[in-house]
Write a protein that binds this ligand. Structure first.
Ligand code: PGA
Length: 240
């Protein structure tokens, strides 16, 4: 399937509002100078949410509660996102599933709420090492169960496959393994952009993007410094 490449930057718990603003204006200038054929998203942390008013990329949120406003201490609702014209959200990230106890029911509740608002939803799935060691069949079954949390025909769905054992470890999955998993995902999601995430860096991004059935990447640590992210973006240019 031929679609525009997607490159998404997940800042996780990094950057202040001041440093995010400086980064984003640097990114805007870089992209204006270079042009390019990718669709780019940046997901700053909630404390550094900024107006989604850039011309070369979109700002999304790493999390939000499925509520317009109300009594959910410590959470951010739709009204707050609207102030910044945010239209994209990351859901199901393994750090939220594993460390913050986010369960499939809550993820689905968030999905349906933000789908009603026509958000672009980056739904993250991925197995841990224990599942991976049980073999490929177990991995596919596990991913299938994570996909069953959401309606797969949602038109603004983007699925990010992020094996947990590859996140933040500096060791990405092999290209063969990425291809096999993405071919499996493509059989379930013929028209949905499929991203790979997990230790994507400037030096492996081109080969990952050239892997069949990979439509883009979700980048964590290699996006936190503007210079690193710009180098990574430069290296995406010769890819399919
Ligand atoms: P990483 O993180 O690039 O640092 O491995 C990816 C992610 O968690 O989205």
């Amino acid at each position: 399937m031929c679609m525009q490449k997607i490159i998404a930057a997940n800042f996780k718990t990094n950057h202040t509002r001041a440093s995010a603003l400086e980064y984003l204006s640097g990114l805007e200038s870089f992209l204006k100078d270079r042009g390019g054929d990718s669709k780019i998203w940046v997901f700053p942390p909630l404390n550094a949410l900024v107006n989604n008013h850039y011309s070369t990329f979109q700002i999304g949120t790493q999390n939000a509660y499925p509520i317009v406003n109300g009594a959910m201490t410590g959470e951010v609702g739709l009204e707050a996102l609207r102030e910044f014209h945010i239209q994209s959200i990351l859901l199901g990230h393994s750090e939220r599933r594993e460390h913050l106890g986010e369960c499939p029911t809550l993820i689905a509740k968030k999905f349906y709420f933000f789908a009603k608002e026509n958000f672009s939803i980056f739904h993250c799935i991925g197995e841990n090492l224990e599942v991976r060691e049980r073999g490929e069949e177990a991995v596919f079954l596990f991913l299938e169960s994570q996909l069953s949390e959401i309606p797969l025909d949602y038109p603004h769905l983007i699925v990010a496959y992020e094996p947990i054992w590859a996140i933040g470890t500096g060791v990405s999955a092999t290209l063969e393994s990425i291809e096999r998993v993405h071919r499996f995902l493509r059989s379930k999601l013929p028209n949905t952009p499929l991203l790979y995430g997990g230790s994507v860096k400037a030096d492996n991004v081109a080969s990952i993007l050239n892997t069949p059935c990979v439509d883009g990447v979700l980048v964590g640590s290699a996006s936190w410094k503007l210079q690193d992210f710009c180098t990574l973006l430069e290296n995406t240019e010769s890819t399919k």
